[in-house]
Design a protein. Sequence first.
Length: 154
Amino acid sequence: MYASHLYKTDFYGWTQEQASLLKAQQWNQLDTINLIEEIETLGRRERQELRNRLGVLLRHLLKGQFQAEKRSNSWLGTIREQRVQIKLLLQDSPSLKPYLDEVFLTIYELGLALAIRETELGEQVFPEVYPYTLGETLNPEFLPNLNQVDEKGE
């Protein structure tokens, strides 16, 4: 079948062809097997994007609290950016909200591992259980036990 061959040799061309067939309601010409697989993959990508952004956010909150001497405006910017990106993801896909609740504590392990690696602080420095609620983590005003960044932005 031509569509299956195109899927393997020119993915973009395949997507355009499938979109045209859908618009024309030419159901019998669709590459349904690959189309189903791609739709399922899109959902998995959205979940992965949410996990990744949450992991980066948790990492930076931990680094900021437990390695305060290295805080910077860049670090604060990363926290802001991740919160905005998570908010946008949830606005675009509200059905991800229950997944966020489900995966929140598991992602702490990822954020913790990254914070340990990047700070070179021992695991014993960080709490075993994530010290902030999901609401606090996503709250644009929340910064855990942090003093203001000094005048130099450091």
